[in-house]
Write a protein that binds this ligand. Structure first.
Ligand SMILES: [Zn+2]
Length: 221
């Protein structure tokens, strides 16, 4: 199981680099093994294209490193991942990026409202992508900063830092959400540019929750 998780997390880390969501080895990705509760996470300082399963770190929820390659440590932001798994035990995967437009709003400390309906996939209980307060990268302060926002959203901005997405199924779904965060941030940025800062109409949490597959579509009995 752990070996399979390592390969899947590597594949997503490489996609994030190729898709432009993570430059210069930034960002980190993890997945939790439901049997052992161990977390498989990308290491710090290794070129994504060169990542092998042996480079991946395995760590338990109390930050005891179970597996690692000598000289290669788990991402320094692993405490933030562990805090999320402890805060929301249903979460199975975490994707953290420093994607450009999301980072612009993170620097501004500005929440991103649901400007397009697809935002419903982000589980925004208050209708916005919330901003976690600033915590120095790698610090316990950063880990604690995500506790409250991750209770109300699957997508967060980390103040003056980047973006983060969680999913209760797998890393592929968390990564899809990371892509959505960046897309919505880009749309919102351009809207604010066109309106010279006037806020556009947004979808509230009730409207976002109301989506359902159309009942008018009839399947063969
Ligand atoms: Zn980061």
């Amino acid at each position: 199981m752990l070996e399979e998780l390592k390969k899947r997390v590597i594949a997503i880390a490489q996609s994030a680099q190729r898709d432009g969501l993570c430059k210069h080895k930034s960002g980190n990705f993890s997945m939790r093994d439901p049997e052992t509760n161990y977390v498989v996470i990308t290491p710090s300082g290794v070129d994504r294209e060169l990542l092998t399963p042996e480079d991946m770190a395995v760590i338990d929820l109390d930050a005891n490193v179970i597996e690692y390659r000598k000289g290669i440590r788990p991402s320094s932001e692993v405490l933030m991942h562990l805090m999320i798994y402890k805060t929301r035990p249903a979460v199975m995967a975490v994707a953290h990026t420093h994607s450009m437009y999301a980072s612009v709003f993170a620097v501004l400390g500005k929440e991103i409202p649901a400007v397009v309906y697809e935002a419903m996939v982000l589980g925004l209980k208050t209708g916005v992508i919330p901003v976690a307060p600033y915590g120095r990268p790698g610090s316990m302060e950063l880990a604690e900063s995500v506790i409250e926002p991750v209770k109300i959203s699957d997508a967060l901005l980390l103040a003056r830092h980047g973006a983060l997405a969680v999913d209760e199924k797998d890393i592929e779904s968390a990564y899809l959400k990371a892509n959505y965060i960046e897309e919505f941030a880009e749309i919102y940025y351009h809207v604010l540019t066109v309106t010279k800062g006037t806020e556009p109409p947004v979808f509230g949490p009730e409207e976002l929750r109301a989506w359902g597959y159309p009942e008018e579509i009839k399947f063969p009995q």
